[in-house]
Design a protein around this ligand. Structure first.
Ligand code: NAP
Ligand code: GLV
Length: 303
């Protein structure tokens, strides 16, 4: 089975992936597009593509593609590529190791917000020794937006520690009511036309005063100017942001130096080649054997 690897080489580091993919599926042959051309392998022999947020156009000219397997959980960038081959099944990455990493990041953010550790960091920079009230975890209400692989893992991680965790689904409580009942909101929605800009002035106003926002999903879920306004007005106390409209976050962006914003470099949950290669191999073998493919994206719903 011939498989094309496509992605942002710097970010992906195919070198690291190759050994793991080859170990997980020794019977497959892996090529970047350049290697395919250099080896004069006919593009028609390629049946699958393993992709990591590749530049638009990366999958053009592969007439017999039968599976596009993403190494990313979120497929918004892939779906935004107008040249993405139509009618080819697209699978996203679902890996318990990745969900566990996301749960750790959310736990760190929620714990730091709950105990006021970001505020203590600010006080250290100001040379101020000042204690604030210590609250119990069961006094803290956390809303998780998105009940998929990531949101579910986060809820499972937080609940046993005593946090009062609520998951939001679109067919349940209205978003504004759910926001009003919680002081920390963790966003783990996919980026779709329905969720773009969901975290805007209206959503922030619905949160109680002193609430905090943790965005671990996609930058475009947040209206940056509205978030900054809510922080500067003193309505929100802190934001932990892992993802941004433009990545890397431009040097001039106000988030970088805002005292109530913690910036992470899209590090909440990276795909781990050691475990994700087995997920890829399982789906490629299912393709080869004619079994159902796992973790398929519904292009109509955009996730
Ligand atoms: P998933 O399993 O597809 O889950 C998506 C969840 O969102 C589902 O529960 C879905 O509801 C819900 N949803 C979708 N549209 C909605 C809407 N309009 N209103 C309310 N709920 C909606 O995705 P996942 O694996 O958990 O990943 C979620 C996102 O996390 C990814 O898309 C990606 O953007 C982000 N992510 C970020 C990182 C990072 O390092 N920062 C790493 C991995 C993933 P249904 O159950 O009704 O379908
Ligand atoms: C990372 O953001 C992913 O979607 O896997």
């Amino acid at each position: 089975m011939k498989v094309v690897l496509a992605g942002d080489a710097d970010a992906t580091g195919w070198g690291r992936w190759r050994a793991e993919l080859a170990a997980a599926m020794p019977e497959a042959e892996w090529f970047t597009r350049d290697e395919l051309a250099a080896a004069r392998v006919p593009a028609a022999e390629v049946v699958a593509a393993v992709v990591a947020s590749p530049p638009p156009g990366s999958l053009v000219g592969l007439p017999n593609l039968r599976l596009i397997q993403s190494l990313w959980a979120g497929v918004d960038r892939l779906l935004a590529d107008p040249t993405l081959p139509e009618g080819v099944p697209l699978a996203r990455m679902v890996d318990p190791a990745m969900s566990a990493a996301m749960a750790e990041t959310a736990l760190w953010a929620v714990l730091a917000l709950h105990r006021g550790f970001f505020a203590y960091q600010r006080r250290q920079r100001e040379g101020r020794w000042q204690l604030h009230a210590q609250r119990r975890a069961d006094e803290v209400r956390v809303l998780v937006l998105g009940q998929g692989a990531m949101g579910h893992a986060v809820m499972q991680r937080l609940a046993p520690l005593g946090y009062r965790v609520q998951g939001w689904r679109r067919d349940g409580t209205a978003l504004a009511a759910a926001l009003a009942a919680n002081e920390i909101v963790v966003n783990l929605l996919p980026l779709t036309p329905a969720t773009r800009g969901l975290l805007d002035a209206r959503a922030f106003a619905a949160l109680p005063p002193g609430a905090a926002v943790v965005n671990l999903a996609r930058g475009a879920h947040v209206v940056d100017a509205d978030l900054l306004a809510a922080l500067d007005a003193g309505h929100l106390r802190h934001a932990v942001l892992d993802v941004f409209h433009q990545e890397p976050l431009p040097a001039a962006h106000p988030f970088w130096h805002h005292p109530q914003v913690t910036v992470l470099p899209h590090a909440a949950a990276s795909t781990d080649p050691r475990s994700a290669s087995a997920v890829v191999a399982a789906n490629l073998r299912a393709l080869r054997d004619g079994r159902p493919l796992a973790h398929l994206v519904d292009r109509g719903r955009a996730y």
